[in-house]
Design a binder for this molecule. Sequence first.
Ligand SMILES: *Cc1c(COP(=O)(O)O)cnc(C)c1O
Length: 345
Amino acid sequence: MTIDFRSDTLTQPTPAMREAMAQAPVGDDVYGEDPTVNALEEEVATLFGKEAAVFCPSGTMCNQIAIRISTQPQDEVICDRQAHVYLYEGGGIAANSLASVRLLEGDRGRLTAAQVAAAINPDDVHFPVSRLVCLENTANKGGGSCYDIAQIAAIHALCRERGLRLHLDGARLFNAIVATGTDPSEFGALFDTLSVCLSKGLGAPVGSLLLGSRADIKQARRVRKLFGGGMRQAGILAAAGRYALAHHVDRLAEDHARARALGDALAKASWVGELLPVETNIVVFRPDPGQVSSEKLVAYLAEQGIRVSTFGPGYLRMVTHLDIDDLMLERAVEVLRRASFPGKE
Ligand SMILES: *Cc1c(COP(=O)(O)O)cnc(C)c1O
């Protein structure tokens, strides 16, 4: 048996989700005529207290659309140095929006209002115009860390005062909502635009939504078409998302508990050099290179049927998700407990 902790994107649609997809009424969504897509967009917009939403093929597309509609060429986007929008979207900020980026050194991916304030450029022709702040919650590279909502509120107030827009990359926002017990509308109230993914912890095969004001989402639909993201009978995918929202949100708490169990096992292992605090479904750690290299550890775990992903120099990531059950967790914890790497390599 292989137990795959590489990502929460690896989940298979459940039989009940596939059934919901098969039964979905559909239409041409570029014409605005897919009833299932329309229902999903309305449902998620309402959940977050935003006026409108647009269904997109990926979280990357949602983020890139948000950046495009929030900036002009020559503007600058402020984000953490490890933000997905900067690190993992193929240079899209430059390619899609002709904007530059100001990278900040956050605390496990999280920025403070003071950091953002210090990064806003003065009104001077030499400088790009600071136009948009992008936050990420949970922060992937921060090991699934969650923002304190008060910290976001302070950044929101700063952005209002200085005339910047605020976007949330909420690929795993439902994990943060479940972990912190925050109402989705609290997030909706603090951001101009938010992206949420249905294809991570929620277990849908495809799909993300961008949320915002009616005017922003109207413009976002235009950019989605430009980016090639206008889909036709997309209700088949939206049905999976609606099913996921109805059945797979509360259970994220189980993923978080299993991630904590992995973290506990790693905390006790003598060969672990560093372990980030486990807040949600992501566990990031670094083996002590004096005992075992990350390459050797990945190979050893793979031999034992445990797949993990490499996550920057020396770091590894394990992610719990819908397709990891307690039996798999026990097996993984056992492998981590038993592993020992005596002597120098
Ligand atoms: C996965 C992810 C996205 C979007 O990824 P897609 O694969 O394009 O859906 C965006 N931000 C973060 C933090 C992510 O982890």
